[in-house]
Design a binder for this molecule. Structure first.
Ligand SMILES: *Cc1c(COP(=O)(O)O)cnc(C)c1O
Length: 414
C-alpha cells in the first residue's frame, strides 16, 4: 500500500505551486549590458570606469572607505589573507560549518586553518571556542555570518584586539545585513563578499573586499591587478598578484542589482520574522533564534532545526526531499563539517607550505556535526522574497508532512 498518499513526493498535490525567480532584473539591466556590448569596451585593465564606479557604490553602501572587486568570493578571501601579511605556517581560525572557500583559501595562503565549533543557537562561530584555540601562531580570525545572521562581532573584535589578530569577515551570505546598525563586512579589518549566482547580490560570478584601512586597500588593489600599484606604469609589477579583475559587464549588472538590494533585504528580513512566528506553532521545527534582535538579517539561508522524533522518526534527508517535493525551495545543507573533506583528512596540500605535523584526523566539532547530520534545514534566499502568503504555504507544507508521517508511521519491516 502506498503510504502518505497525499504527500507530493508520493504523487499528491503540491502545497506550493508558484516558483521563485532568481536573479530578479528588468529592462534596465538588459540595456546596461547591451550598451557595454555595443561599445566594444569589454575589458578594463585599469579597473576604472564602471568597475570603479561600482566599487565606490558598494563601499558607500557598506559604510567603508574602500572596496576592491575581483573574480569571486574565494579570491576575495585570498586577497584579504595575503594583504594581512600572513606568513607560512601561521594559523587562521575558521568555523567548520561553511563553504570550502573559507578554509581552502587559508591553505592557498600557506596558512593552517584551525577549525573551532559553532554556537548551537546561531550556528555562527563561537567566541569561547575562538579564545580556546588561540596560540602564538594565530594571526587571523575569519567569522562567517552564516546564512546572513551576524556573528557576535563585539566579542570577536575584543578577542582579536587583545591578541593583535586581524579579522576578515566572510560576508558571502550577508550582503545588506547588519549588526547593531552597522553593515556586516564593515566591522572587521576586511569584509569579503561573493557575487556568485546563488548569492543575495549577483553578477553570475564575482567578489569584493571592503575595508577602512588604506594600506590593506592598496595591497588588495595591487594583488587584484597583477601586482600593479596606483600611479605605477603598466609594466611595473610590485607584488605577486594575478589578474583577478571583473569586467564592465559584471560591474554594470552589480550597480543595477545593488539598487534592489536594500528593499530585497528588508523583504527577506520581515518574511523571516513572520516565518519564525508561524513555525513556532509546529512541534519539531525550531527556527534559529535571532542573535541580535532586530538587526537586519539577510536570510541568504532561512535555517530551522528539525527534530525527527516529532516526525515519526523520518530522517532529515527524507524530510527535506518531502518538503522540496511540496514545492518549498529547501536544501539539507552540508552533509558534514568541512574538516572531513579529503583535502584535510588526506592532507592533499600539494605545493603549499603546511607544516607536516598538521593533522585533522582527530578534529571533531560536535555542534557542527549535529547541525549537518541531524538538524539543519535551509530555505533558500530567493524563496524568502515571496509574500506573507508564501510563508504561510511553507509552514503548511511542513505541517502537512508532519500530519502524514504521524498518521501513517513508516513500518520498520517494509
Ligand atoms: C559562496 C561563498 C564563498 C565564495 O564563493 P565564490 O563561489 O568563490 O564566490 C565564500 N564563503 C562562503 C561562506 C560562501 O558561501
Amino acid at each position: 500500500m502506498n503510504q502518505h498518499t497525499d504527500l507530493a513526493i508520493h504523487g499528491g498535490a503540491k502545497t506550493v505551486t508558484r516558483t521563485f525567480p532568481w536573479p530578479i532584473f528588468d529592462e534596465s539591466e538588459v540595456q546596461a549590458v547591451m550598451q557595454i556590448v555595443q561599445s566594444g569596451a569589454w575589458g578594463n585593465p585599469d579597473c576604472k570606469g564602471e568597475v570603479e564606479a561600482f566599487e565606490k557604490e558598494f563601499a558607500a553602501y557598506c559604510g567603508t572607505r574602500y572596496a576592491v572587486s575581483c573574480v569571486n568570493g574565494s579570491v576575495s578571501l585570498r586577497l584579504a589573507l595575503i594583504a594581512c601579511g600572513v606568513k607560512p605556517g601561521d594559523e587562521v581560525i575558521v568555523p567548520p560549518y561553511t563553504f570550502i572557500a573559507t578554509a581552502s583559501t587559508v591553505i592557498e595562503a600557506n596558512c593552517v586553518p584551525v577549525f573551532v565549533d559553532i554556537d548551537p543557537d546561531t550556528y555562527n562561530i563561537s567566541p569561547e571556542a575562538i579564545k580556546a584555540a588561540i596560540t602564538e601562531r594565530t594571526r587571523v580570525i575569519i567569522p562567517v555570518h552564516f546564512g546572513g545572521q551576524a556573528c557576535d562581532m563585539d566579542r570577536i573584535m575584543d578577542i582579536a584586539r587583545r591578541h593583535s589578530l586581524r579579522v576578515i569577515e566572510d560576508a558571502a551570505h550577508a550582503h545588506g545585513a547588519e549588526y547593531k546598525g552597522r553593515k556586516l563586512g564593515s566591522i572587521g579589518d576586511i569584509g569579503s563578499f561573493s557575487f556568485q549566482s546563488s548569492k543575495n547580490l549577483t553578477s553570475g560570478e564575482g567578489g569584493i573586499v571592503v575595508t577602512n584601512d588604506e594600506q590593506l586597500y592598496q595591497m588588495m588593489a595591487s594583488l587584484r591587478n597583477v601586482g600593479r600599484m596606483e600611479g605605477g606604469q603598466w609594466y611595473d609589477h610590485y607584488n605577486p598578484g594575478c589578474n583577478y579583475r571583473i569586467t564592465p559587464i559584471q560591474a554594470v549588472l552589480l550597480s543595477h542589482q545593488l539598487k534592489r538590494l536594500e528593499e530585497q533585504t528588508r523583504t527577506r528580513n520581515s518574511n523571516g520574522l513572520y516565518l519564525n512566528k508561524l513555525l513556532s506553532t509546529i512541534d519539531g521545527v525550531t527556527p534559529l533564534p535571532r542573535g541580535f534582535g532586530d538587526s537586519l538579517h539577510s536570510y541568504h539561508l532561512y535555517i530551522f532545526k528539525y527534530d525527527k522524533t516529532q516526525f515519526g522518526g523520518v530522517p532529515k534527508d527524507e524530510f527535506v526531499a518531502m518538503l522540496a517535493a511540496e514545492g518549498v525551495p529547501c536544501f539539507k545543507g552540508y552533509p558534514h563539517p568541512l574538516y572531513r573533506q579529503p583535502l584535510f583528512q588526506q592532507k592533499n596540500f600539494m605545493c603549499y607550505a603546511i607544516p607536516d605535523e598538521v593533522d585533522y584526523s582527530s578534529v571533531f566539532c560536535p555542534v557542527a556535526e549535529q547541525a549537518c547530520s541531524e538538524e539543519a534545514v535551509w530555505i533558500l534566499q530567493h524563496a524568502m522574497l515571496g509574500t506573507r502568503e508564501d510563508m504561510e504555504s511553507f509552514a503548511r507544507a511542513i505541517f502537512k508532512i508532519q500530519e502524514a508521517v504521524r498518521r501513517v508511521p513508516t513500518p520498520a519491516a517494509l
